[in-house]
Design a binder for this molecule. Structure first.
Ligand SMILES: Nc1nc2c(ncn2[C@@H]2O[C@H](COP(=O)(O)OP(=O)(O)OP(=O)(O)O)[C@@H](O)[C@H]2O)c(=O)[nH]1
Ligand SMILES: [Mg+2]
Length: 355
């Protein structure tokens, strides 16, 4: 397989996309004594990107009335009337009864969901009327409340005996491979554990090369697997290791076929611990969609990347508030192996509440 991949790379370049791979036997008698061959179908997209200009239609298209459309319009109208009424009522409230406070403003500015923010603020002393040392009390209480939402923290626990297998899954480009390299370097080089890497990301040649480079630098073995059966064999081969880290191809949350394939891959071994990798800067609504769609792979933990690029950490709090899942690591930059840390709930609560 490695030889075939090298040939594809030589013929089509690093950006070739692997469409299909298959092992087969050629020659021999009745399937015996045949030579094992590998068939790889690959392609490369050389077409220039076309810019298609779309002109607005000259007149509005004629549409046939749909009874559902009428119902939706009626609902929209009703909702906008209710919204106007609420805004009017809020406008008539005396200033001090409005739910506005500097801490609430900080929560909202940090993209904490308004419902979550209101719940966290419930019953807190009014920080506007506090002076001196008391002024910080409301903030400290709020930090404690946020930290209490973040108590389920658990990184990778090496087993006292046996092999721990951990897979990172998630959308494309969130930092799965880089995080695998950071984890491998920390566990193998800093803590002295026996580590092996497995990649199931055989979609692009460049993806395998990326992890191979890290594996060579760290000095750990790398296995490339093309099917659930090969993953099973690779895990069996490395059962003498303390930790096997499995890299997977980035998957679009909207692609059910890809997600089902990922689910089937991870189902080969019920002991694989799966971490869903999320970019911290993802908007809450998008993060919800990702969590919902990847839930078919039953991730046990959330791992947040690119904290250094995120303007706020509201999405972490919002997600944890609604899905009481364990949190594992935060990654804070591109440097391997340094830019990764186990989550600390008080530190994270302070970061969530930063001005
Ligand atoms: N700023 C910043 N960049 C990061 C971090 N982690 C990874 N990156 C960068 O994000 C980019 C994508 O990282 P990869 O590790 O290739 O992401 P991936 O999830 O494996 O991507 P696919 O395999 O294509 O789905 C690279 O340029 C990384 O250096 C981080 O914590 N902070
Ligand atoms: Mg990757």
């Amino acid at each position: 397989m490695a030889e075939a991949m090298a040939q594809v790379k030589q013929d089509l370049g690093r950006d070739a996309v692997i469409l299909h791979t298959r092992r087969l036997k050629k020659g021999g008698i009745l399937g015996f004594f045949g030579r094992e061959m590998v068939e790889v179908m690959a392609a490369v997209d050389t077409a220039p990107v076309k810019v298609v200009e779309k002109k607005p239609p000259m007149s509005a298209p004629i549409s046939v009335a749909n009874p559902n459309d009428t119902k939706i319009t009626a609902l929209q109208l009703e909702m906008s009337t209710m919204r106007r009424m609420l805004e009017q009522m809020m406008g008539q409230l005396p200033e001090k009864n409005k739910q506005s406070s500097p801490l609430m403003d900080v929560l909202l500015k940090n993209d904490v969901d308004p419902a979550v923010a209101a719940d966290l603020m419930k019953g807190l002393p009014d920080e506007n009327s506090m002076v001196g040392d008391d002024a910080g009390t409301a903030r400290n209480l709020l930090i404690d409340r946020i930290a209490n939402c973040l108590t389920k923290i658990n990184g990778i626990d090496i087993l006292p005996s046996g092999c721990k297998a951990v897979a990172l899954i998630g959308p494309t480009g969130v930092g799965k491979t880089t995080t695998i390299a950071k984890l491998a370097a920390n566990f193998a080089l800093k803590e002295g554990y026996k580590v092996a890497l497995v990649t199931a990301d055989t979609y692009r040649i460049a993806a395998v090369e990326q992890l191979k480079t890290y594996a060579d630098i760290i000095g750990v073995p790398l296995e490339i697997v093309y099917s659930p059966d090969e993953l099973k064999t690779a895990l069996f081969r490395h059962e003498d290791k303390h930790l096997v880290l499995i890299d997977t191809a980035g998957r679009s949350p909207g692609n059910h076929y890809q997600l089902a394939e990922l689910q089937a891959l991870l189902a080969v071994n019920p002991y694989i611990e799966t971490h869903l990798v999320l970019n911290t800067a993802t908007k809450y609504r998008d993060a919800l969609e990702i969590v919902n769609k990847f839930s078919i792979c039953s991730p046990q933990k959330f791992l947040f990347t690119k904290v250094d690029e995120a303007s706020n950490l509201g999405t972490i709090l919002n997600l944890v508030y609604h899905f009481p899942t364990y949190l594992s690591y935060l990654t804070t930059g591109q440097s391997v192996p340094d830019d990764i840390e186990l989550i600390d709930s008080i530190k994270l609560a302070n970061m969530i509440l930063r001005d």
